[in-house]
Ligand binder design. Sequence first.
Ligand SMILES: Nc1ncnc2c1ncn2[C@@H]1O[C@H](COP(=O)(O)OP(=O)(O)OP(=O)(O)O)[C@@H](O)[C@H]1O
Length: 229
Amino acid sequence: MIRFDHVSKVYKRGARPALDDVDIEIERGEFVFLVGASGSGKSTFLRLTLREERPTSGAVHALGRDLSQISTWKVPQLRREMGFVFQDFRLLETKPVAENIALAAQVIGKPSHYIRTAVPEALKLVGLSGKERRLPHELSGGEQQRVAIARAMVNRPKLLLADEPTGNLDPSTSVGIMRLLDRINRQGTTVVMATHDDEIVDQMRKRVIELKSGKVVRDQDRGVYGSDR
Ligand SMILES: Nc1ncnc2c1ncn2[C@@H]1O[C@H](COP(=O)(O)OP(=O)(O)OP(=O)(O)O)[C@@H](O)[C@H]1O
């Protein structure tokens, strides 16, 4: 599903690499936490997977494609198969919930008959049926994040990437969001989530990839410890 083949990323010549020889594989159907201190390279990992950035060396594969071989005009096609969720929700404040979700399908040219069934399905998935006409500010933070997850899922992506999705939420609300992401994963979507929240990581018992100064220092599934990898 995702393969980083000795990937390094240097943003500015002479600067310390944001990722340093990262060599990992994430299989279809996995739920993976990406952890590490601020600046350890988590967002860079996600941006390379989305092909928002390109590696300085090494190769990134996602969804069966070598991302270095994809021409720029084909990148939107790749991203259609991925969903993203951010810490700050990024909803359109003047649009009701249903429209926020529908737009994600419209912009990639889904027909209206698809949207008519997919939007209520996405709302049901996140437990917000009945709230389709609300504006984002009429919802709690946890509900807004659920709308953002519904928007990410409306095109039925194979891969969901989440960057600190519980970063703005209190602990009990975060638990609900984690249950939802777990359910999405059990229904077949591969999930990669960057987080600072150790409590969540400990509770969920999933694979944990830890980055430190751009290097993988822990990969729980493969029993790799130490920075000499
Ligand atoms: N666009 C950029 N230009 C230059 N340097 C960057 C850029 N983006 C990130 N960096 C640097 O790359 C390193 C890794 O950053 P990254 O954002 O990937 O870390 P992170 O683990 O996601 O951090 P946080 O948890 O704070 O979001 C940091 O040293 C950061 O300053």
